[in-house]
Design a protein around this ligand. Structure first.
Ligand code: SAM
Length: 330
């Protein structure tokens, strides 16, 4: 058996992708993610230290994981994020290091992160209207995000993807405008359906929109040709005929993609989650702090992967996931 086969689950899915929530803290309070005024964050003593994260990643990498994404919370609020990125990028077997950010702090950090080895970046941007952006994010300043995006381009990130959670009556009327902005700047746009993760995610389900209706609306205006993009993950991409512009649709609710899920998530506290839609977790921090051997660690990782659920049940059991997205990242 090759090492990569060690990380194959019961449904034949090879796990290649680890998402790491490097902090559950965030400088925004997006309405679908964290409650306004929320401060009940994990305590620093419970956070995985950089060396512990490195150890988990090295073990995963030996077993075939090659893609890493740093997420959160907001990964740029972790104080040593650049140094951590550099250490993770240097781990043998890791050939793709990306980051998801709200870009509020990106203007200053884009260049150091690129130098550290991060190559792909996803930026959350739900509106181009400063007051709508502020309302959705609980006080965020749109101009900071736009500055961060410019800095990412200058630093050399490619591709740069915008993540837009589409909500009825909030930003669904703006999609064409956001798409044209993305096209003009050379970014790919990914539209995301709201998911019932945590009470906040459950509260916005009444604003859920099946993205197929949005795709049809866009298709009446642009000629959309199915295409693929590097690091495509769960998005179904289309290219606009006659251009390099891409738009992706992430449809966990209306058309789930669990059969191709190749990812697992490490929380800020060192719990491994094998499914975004499942509360089951495999605590690794206590193992690491008890000085477990490399063999014991990789045995636990394989055991966790073997039990990855077949699919989420967001539609059948929308109240199931009580943790906020910030613990495990999007
Ligand atoms: N702070 C970073 C950011 O803004 O990208 C990384 C963490 S954020 C939790 C990652 C992604 O999860 C974002 O694109 C966000 O829009 C998405 N997200 C959070 N809660 C969601 C929900 N309930 N439904 C759909 N997407 C959600």
């Amino acid at each position: 058996m090759t090492q990569a086969q060690n990380l194959t689950d019961r449904f034949g899915r090879h796990i290649r992708y680890l998402r790491i929530s490097v902090t559950d803290r965030c400088d925004l309070r997006c309405e679908y993610c964290l409650p306004k005024g929320f401060t009940d964050f994990s305590e620093p003593a419970c956070w995985l230290r950089s060396a512990e994260i490195e150890r988990v990643v090295a073990s995963f990498a030996q077993m075939g994981v090659s893609h890493l994404r740093l997420t959160g919370g907001e990964p740029l609020v972790r104080r040593n994020i650049v140094e951590l990125a550099q250490r993770l990028a240097a781990i043998p077997g890791i050939d793709d290091l990306s980051i998801s950010t709200n870009a509020i702090r990106l203007a200053r950090l884009a260049e150091p992160l690129y130098r550290a080895g991060v190559r792909r970046i996803n930026v959350s941007l739900d509106s181009l209207n400063p007051s709508t952006y502020k309302a959705i994010t609980g006080g965020g300043k749109l101009e900071k995000v736009l500055e961060g995006l410019e800095a990412a381009k200058i630093a050399g990130f490619s591709p740069i993807k915008l993540n837009t959670v589409v909500m009825r009556g909030v930003n669904d009327g703006e999609i064409e405008e956001i798409f044209e902005f993305a096209v003009e700047k050379g970014y790919a746009l990914r539209l995301i359906e709201t998911m019932p993760v945590g009470a906040t995610g459950q509260d916005v389900l009444d604003r859920f929109i099946d993205l197929e209706t949005v795709r049809q609306r866009l298709a009446s205006r642009y000629e959309l040709i199915p295409d693929i993009l590097p690091g495509a993950g769960p998005a179904r991409y289309y290219r606009v005929a006659g251009s390099h512009a891409h738009i992706g649709f992430i449809t966990p609710m209306s058309q789930h993609f669990c059969q191709t899920c190749n990812r697992v998530r490490l929380s800020v506290e060192g719990d491994l989650f094998t499914c975004l839609g499942d509360e089951h977790r495999y605590p690794l921090r206590s193992l690491l702090r008890a000085g477990c051997s490399d063999e014991v660690l990789s045995h636990h990782l394989s055991q966790a992967i073997a039990l990855k659920p077949e699919r989420h049940e967001f539609n059948e059991r929308p109240a199931r996931v009580v943790r906020f997205m910030s613990m495990t990242g999007g």
